[in-house]
Design a protein around this ligand. Structure first.
Ligand SMILES: Nc1ncnc2c1ncn2[C@@H]1O[C@H](COP(=O)(O)OP(=O)(O)OP(=O)(O)O)[C@@H](O)[C@H]1O
Length: 243
C-alpha cells in the first residue's frame, strides 16, 4: 500500500518517574488503513494512545497529523482536527437515549457545529452503526455489544478522520467480537482510518492490515499479522510473560 501518511510519530517518549512507559517510538499511520498496536500487558499501548490523543504530554519527540505538528496541542484541538477516540470502559449518560448521547458528541465534537448539522451527523452514524432501532432507548438499558456500538458511534459523531480504539472489544463473547469487527470494517469503508489496541488475537488477525508490536515501551516488530506472529522477538515477548 502506498497511501499518504496521516499520522507520524517521531521518537516519542513518555516517562512516569523512573519508568519509561513509551520509549523513543516512531511509527506512521497511513490514510485508509486499519493498524493494530499489540503487546503484552504493560507494554505501553494505552500510554501511546493517550499521547496521540493528547491526554498526556510527551517528554520528547514529535507528532504530525495531516501535515500539521500536533505535539503541543490539547486534546480538544486534536479532536477538532479529526482525531477521534473510543474507550474500553463505556460511560454514556444512562438516562439519556442513544440519540441524545450521540447528539452530545455531534455538538461538542467540532467547534461551531449547528444543531442541524449535528442531527444529520447523528442520523448518519445511527445508520452506519446499526443503532437506529435503539435510537430512543435509554443508554443504560443497552446490552454490552450495543454499549460498544454506542461508544464507537459516540466517537464517530465527532467526525474523526482517524479513529483510535482502545480495547473496545474487551468483555465481548467471540461471536459478538466478530460482529464488532464487521462494524469496524464498515467504519473504515466509510472513509475513516483506524488505529486500534487489542488483546484478542482473533480480532487482530481478522481486522489489522498492519500490526505494530510493543514491548517495554518500544516497537519491537511491525508488519502483517502472519509476519509478526512468526517473529522471534514477538514470540519471546508473549511467552516470557502472561499476556
Ligand atoms: N498514569 C500512570 N502513572 C504511572 N505509571 C503508569 C501510568 N500509566 C501507565 N503506567 C505504567 O506504564 C507502563 C505502560 O502502561 P500501559 O497501560 O501503557 O500499558 P499497556 O500496554 O496498555 O498495558 P495493558 O495491555 O495491560 O493495558 C506500565 O508499567 C504502567 O504501570
Amino acid at each position: 500500500m502506498s497511501s499518504a501518511v496521516m499520522l507520524q510519530l517521531s521518537g516519542v517518549t513518555k516517562r512516569f518517574g523512573g519508568l519509561v512507559a513509551v520509549n523513543n517510538v516512531s511509527l506512521e499511520v497511513r490514510q485508509g488503513e486499519i493498524l493494530a498496536v499489540i503487546g503484552p500487558n504493560g507494554a505501553g499501548k494505552s500510554t501511546l494512545l493517550n499521547l496521540i490523543s493528547g491526554l498526556y504530554p510527551t517528554d520528547s519527540g514529535s507528532m504530525r497529523f495531516l501535515e500539521a505538528d500536533i505535539t503541543l496541542l490539547p486534546p480538544e484541538q486534536r479532536a477538532w482536527r479529526g482525531l477521534g477516540r473510543a474507550f474500553q470502559i463505556v460511560q454514556p449518560f444512562p438516562e439519556m437515549t442513544v440519540r441524545e448521547n450521540l447528539l452530545v458528541g455531534g455538538i461538542y465534537g467540532k467547534p461551531r457545529t449547528s444543531m442541524k448539522t449535528a442531527h444529520k451527523v447523528v442520523e448518519d452514524v445511527l445508520r452506519l452503526t446499526g443503532l437506529e432501532p435503539k435510537a430512543e432507548t435509554p443508554a443504560g438499558e443497552l446490552t454490552l455489544l450495543e454499549d460498544k456500538r454506542l461508544e464507537m458511534a459516540r466517537a464517530l459523531c465527532t467526525q474523526p478522520k482517524l479513529l483510535l480504539l482502545d480495547e473496545v472489544m474487551a468483555g465481548l463473547r467471540p461471536a459478538e467480537a466478530m460482529e464488532a469487527v464487521e462494524l469496524v470494517k464498515k467504519v473504515r469503508s466509510s472513509g475513516v482510518t483506524v488505529l486500534f489496541i487489542e488483546h484478542l488475537m482473533p480480532v487482530v488477525r481478522a481486522l489489522a492490515e498492519r500490526v505494530v508490536v510493543m514491548d517495554y515501551g518500544q516497537v519491537i516488530a511491525e508488519g502483517r499479522y502472519d509476519e509478526v506472529a512468526q517473529n522471534a522477538k514477538v514470540r519471546e515477548a508473549y511467552l516470557g510473560r502472561s499476556a
